[in-house]
Write a protein that binds this ligand. Structure first.
Ligand code: CP
Length: 312
């Protein structure tokens, strides 16, 4: 290939969580993703360094962005990709995760990507397989590639993550995106705020060194980054929520409320968004403020970087 690049190594065999990555690992992934982002702008987007390798995407929870992004990333790198959907698998016949992992392991994949509703399932699978395992979002624990693509997106607009004020707002209790972003941003020197209604207080709050706010306007005041979170209805069991109208009134981000953040603040959301619940629909679509579509675009480049570094 004429535009050959040396694929750097990271300290980890697996990508289970940002908490296990060093600052050096994070910088290497983000730097390599710059190369793939440029490649993805070309007519021929393929960079086939994983030809003959097999990647299995094991998704036990629904996904649009992450699954398609991992599939595109793997295919652009030349790998063979198999997507296993829970509905079509033997888990529906009562097979355990352990037996599914053993079965998949016997087919000698080169990397397995897993999304699961249970915390630590990626680590459990990694103990059963010889190949690298990537956590594509598990329980409320971590979603490391989301935090990496979020950091990449911020760095496309800001010189550094150091000393940025990042307000993470909404359903903090159930958000794996918030946890991975917390680990990444604090490692890189950002100041993180958690902004949430009291009914979404994280049970593990004492783990995090953050400023806490219960009013959205105060929580985003003078922030560089306003990161909104989806209400994770699928994980909410015993919390009585207000109506969506009332939630939007107090915790929905609008263009008017955003005036309290810095003038050049970026609005982010991992998606899928609930329009006019977490964020005003017109603000989500305002490309002068919102980088939501850029986050999705950058996900492919970041995942190409992760896959190539872990397999190579
Ligand atoms: N951000 C994210 O994980 O989206 P999906 O659930 O669509 O993959």
């Amino acid at each position: 290939m004429s535009d050959d690049i040396k694929i750097p190594k990271i300290s980890q065999k697996h990508l289970l969580g940002i908490k296990y990555l060093s600052i050096d690992d994070i910088n290497k992934i983000l730097e390599l993703a710059v190369f793939f982002k440029l490649k993805n702008k070309e007519k021929n987007k393929n960079y086939p360094i994983l030809t003959g390798r097999t990647i299995i995407n094991l998704f036990f929870e629904p996904s649009t962005r992450t699954l398609i992004s991992f599939e595109i990333a793997a295919k652009r790198l030349g790998a063979d990709v198999i997507n296993m959907n829970i509905e079509g698998s033997s888990l529906r016949k009562g097979e355990t995760l352990f037996d599914t992992a053993q079965t998949i392991g016997a087919m000698n994949p080169d990397l397995v990507v897993i999304r699961h509703s249970k915390d630590n399932s990626a680590e459990e699978i990694s103990n059963l397989l010889d190949c690298p395992v990537v956590n594509a979002g598990e329980g409320i624990n971590e979603h490391p590639t989301q935090a990496l693509l979020d950091a990449f997106t911020i760095l496309s607009h800001k010189k550094t993550l150091k000393d940025l004020t990042v307000s993470i707002c909404g359903d903090l209790e159930h958000s794996r995106v918030a946890r991975s972003n917390y680990y990444l941003l604090t490692k890189m020197g950002s100041k993180v705020r958690f902004v949430y209604p009291k009914y979404f207080e994280p049970k593990d709050l004492n783990k995090y060194k953050v400023e806490i706010f219960h009013e959205l306007i105060k929580g985003i005041s003078d922030s560089d980054i306003v990161m909104m979170l989806r209400i994770q209805n699928e994980r909410i069991i015993d919390t009585e929520l207000p109506s969506t109208k009332e939630y939007f009134l107090h915790y929905g981000l609008t263009a008017e409320k955003l005036k309290n953040a810095k003038a050049d603040a970026l609005v982010m959301h991992p998606g899928p968004i609930n329009r006019d619940v977490e964020i005003e629909s017109s603000l989500a679509d305002d490309v002068n403020k919102s980088v939501i579509n850029e986050q999705v675009e950058n996900g492919v480049a970041v995942r190409m970087a992760c896959l190539s570094m872990l397999i190579n």
